[in-house]
Design a protein around this ligand. Sequence first.
Ligand code: BJW
Length: 229
Amino acid sequence: MPRVVVLTGAGISAESGIPTFRDADGLWEGHRVEDVATPEGFERSPMVVHRFYDARRAALAEVEPNPAHHALAELERRLGDDLLVVTQNIDDLHERAGSTRVLHMHGELLSALCLGCGRRSRWTHDLGDLPPCPRCGSCELRPDVVWFGEIPYQMDRIQDALESADLFVSVGTSGAVYPAAGFVQYAARCGARTLELNLVPSAGTSMFHESRHGAAGVLVPEWVAELLR
Ligand code: BJW
């Protein structure tokens, strides 16, 4: 069986009802990126940022994984350690579908990071009412997510996986944000075949050996079935 790395972006969760960022009616319509997705924006107006993430955390309880998440979970059951899902998403839909080998390179909505002691704690409630850190008690919790200018999580593990992958598949991402947008070139340089599954051609579509365009909820189960045939 091939070693497979799947990179997922907001498009894989779109059919579950979670808006993407850059599409019409996306998460950033009505928000300036610099206000809600940078450490400087958080420093300037923490409450604006808390409200943005608190609303997204609450909305997570109302959505379910879709056939694309379920197909990747099925693929993990068949490939085991030979599959790694690297997600840019901060939702937990991969895990709820049954995937266990998932790296959240841009952090997680259900986690809070304490600016006082650095502890990451599972978090299901609002942060806007400034609750205390369960470890040190300081009321300096922030969403445990990676904003522009910050270093994504787990880069060493991701790099290792890309270097040994036979197949790199990108699902539902616009290819507008680095370092994730550069994974396709890196994986190809290391010898992997590369495949894009996205609603429309992404910014990096010409860098893939193959691109298929359509809804993730259709394309991902089709591709998984093809791989396991
Ligand atoms: C469907 C679908 C369906 C819809 N089916 N598809 C100049 C040049 C190059 C780089 C830089 C530069 N200036 C600055 C940088 C670096 C910067 C960057 O990339 N900036 C760009 C604007 C150019 N990057 C960073 O700062 C990163 N850090 C970094 O580089 O550190 C240095 C370092 C790296 C490595 C090692 C050591 C040091 C950090 C980036 C953090 C991004 N954070 C966010 C917010 C996270 C928290 C949150 O969720 O709120 O991450 S921004 C946002 O964009 C979020 C997403 O994960 C990310 C990517 O978005 P995504 O997933 O692609 O969503 P969309 O909406 O863009 O696209 C959805 C796609 O789905 C579309 O194509 C649709 O068509 C498709 N779709 N429905 C299939 N049903």
